[in-house]
Design a protein around this ligand. Structure first.
Ligand SMILES: [Zn+2]
Length: 315
């Protein structure tokens, strides 16, 4: 199934697919194991920093191998790409599976038909984040990414309203009045989607990157209006960390959210487990001997998210 087919199914059946950020190889393994244990599709996503660390080609190869090794659908997303060039680089790595061995340098574009019959390797979804640009520039750049992505049967996620915060454990309070000014306006969102042709819209209605001591509640009424304004567009929920499970479930139900991004809680589980293992084993110099417990700690967090998103048992 393609990413589009998975999201249609998710929308129809009322579940969301977890889009988990991959900061390192232990987290990569944990996402695979959690998906396998829960019989759930998963989306792996790489921010610019994470993609730079792994290398795009390594990411594509690792995911292609993992799809076979773990026997689960793993969708691949480029998360918050800020430039058109970064998006194009990822697009070039999407090939029909039979073409996997050919040279995929920038000079050998492979044209593929717009159909779900073809099996692909590479990215399934590109999130172009032009939220820091002017409205006009954001529309112009997003349209360029959409044209190139749709020619290769990829989905594009667009972002209009900049999501506050960063994927960290914040100790400072957030100003909720200022935050509310960044929430999505349904009519403006509908105009943006109509002008750009994006498949997924990154909606903002109380979600925020990272966790805060005064985590805001999701504005479910606003989400309802966003969905009414965008009946034919998939909605994503960024900043899935720190939001109570019942609010996430309500958002999936009311807004037909199909993709929930989670980063901070995963990084936190990894770091805490790493600190613990190193503390317990000061004389162990073989890292992989410590790594399996760290992987299991992260797996448990991902499994918990899969349960909340309702995607368990869908494969
Ligand atoms: Zn995000």
């Amino acid at each position: 199934m393609t990413a589009r087919e998975w999201f249609i199914r998710a929308q129809n059946e009322g579940f969301a697919i977890g889009a988990f950020n991959v900061d390192n190889f232990e987290i990569f393994k944990a996402i695979c194991l959690a998906g396998q244990k829960k019989r759930s599709p998963v989306m792996m996503e790489f921010s610019s920093g994470e993609a730079g660390y792994f290398g795009l080609k390594n990411i594509v190869d690792l995911v292609a191998n993992a799809r076979k090794q773990y026997g689960i659908p793993i969708l691949l997303n480029l998360d918050h790409a800020k430039t058109v060039e970064d998006c194009m680089e990822a697009l070039r790595l999407r090939l029909r599976s039979g073409d996997f061995a050919v040279d995929n340098s920038s000079t050998s574009e492979v044209k593929v038909p717009h159909t779900s019959e073809v099996s692909f390797v590479g990215f399934d979804d590109i999130h172009f984040d032009g939220s820091e640009l002017s409205y006009e520039q954001n529309v112009e750049n997003t349209k360029r990414v959409v044209a190139a992505a749709h020619a290769k049967n990829l989905l594009v996620e667009g972002e209009l309203d900049k999501l506050s915060g960063s994927s960290e454990v914040h100790t400072e309070q957030i100003d909720l009045e200022i935050l509310k000014k960044s929430y999505s306006d349904p009519l403006r969102a509908a105009k943006f989607v109509a002008e750009t042709g994006v498949d997924i819209f990154a909606s903002v209605f109380g979600n925020i990157h990272g966790t805060f001591p005064n985590q805001p509640d999701l504005d479910i009424e606003l989400l309802k209006k966003i969905k009414e304004a965008l009946p034919n567009t998939f909605l994503s929920l960024h900043g899935g960390s720190g939001i109570p499970a019942e609010q996430i479930r309500e958002a999936i139900k009311v807004g037909r959210i199909v993709k929930v991004n989670v980063n901070t809680e995963i990084r936190q589980a990894f770091k805490d487990a790493l600190n613990e293992k190193i503390g317990e084993n000061p004389n162990e110099y073989t890292y992989y001997k410590l790594a399996s417990d760290i992987v299991m700690a992260v797996t448990a967090v991902v499994e918990g998210k899969i349960d909340v998103f309702g995607s368990a048992g869908k494969i």
